[in-house]
Design a protein. Structure first.
Length: 165
């Protein structure tokens, strides 16, 4: 089955993902002893807040055609499909964030989990980029991907640094 998603549907889920990312970074800081990782997670948590605001603003600024369903969907199946795709995301819910943080043992483990979170976010957004109904929508999704790629880069560098000590 082929779906033509609109950017509004994906951005709503993106806002939830960013909120769960913020929660992860904030809660993980409480369990990590490494001062540099705490500092990094503080900044990434703040960026998740900024990303969430940015995505909410982008959602509000979308042109009307980006909010209109692209197919007749009387049973809201497209939203369910998007949520099913998001369900494979490491932080699909705040309960998952709490479970993951509770099991953290050290900074390296927290970094690995954060890397997984950022990778899942990138995959989630990329999986919908080609399904977007218009070029403007695809450009908006690409902007999400670039934000997450920068987080991934920073986390990976930090993990390399602490595992090579």
């Amino acid at each position: 089955m082929s779906y033509g998603f609109n950017a509004a549907e994906v951005f709503r889920v993106a806002v939830e993902i960013e909120e769960n990312g913020r929660r992860f970074y904030e809660e993980s800081r409480k369990k990590i002893e490494d001062a540099e990782i705490k500092e990094l997670f503080y900044h990434l948590g703040q960026q998740e807040i900024d990303h969430k605001r940015k995505f909410e603003a982008l959602l509000a600024q979308l042109p009307p055609e980006s909010k209109v369903p692209t197919v007749w969907d009387p049973h809201n199946e497209i939203d369910q499909y998007i949520r099913m795709m998001a369900a494979d995301h490491v932080f699909v819910s705040s309960a998952e964030v709490e479970n993951c943080v509770r099991r953290l043992r050290d900074a390296a483990e927290a970094l690995k989990l954060a890397i997984g979170f950022e990778k899942d976010s990138i995959i989630f957004f990329l999986s919908f980029e080609e399904a977007m109904s218009g070029e403007k929508d695809r450009q908006l999704i690409r902007s999400l991907v670039k934000e997450e790629q920068e987080h991934l880069r920073r986390l990976t560098l930090e993990l390399r640094k602490i595992t090579n000590k």
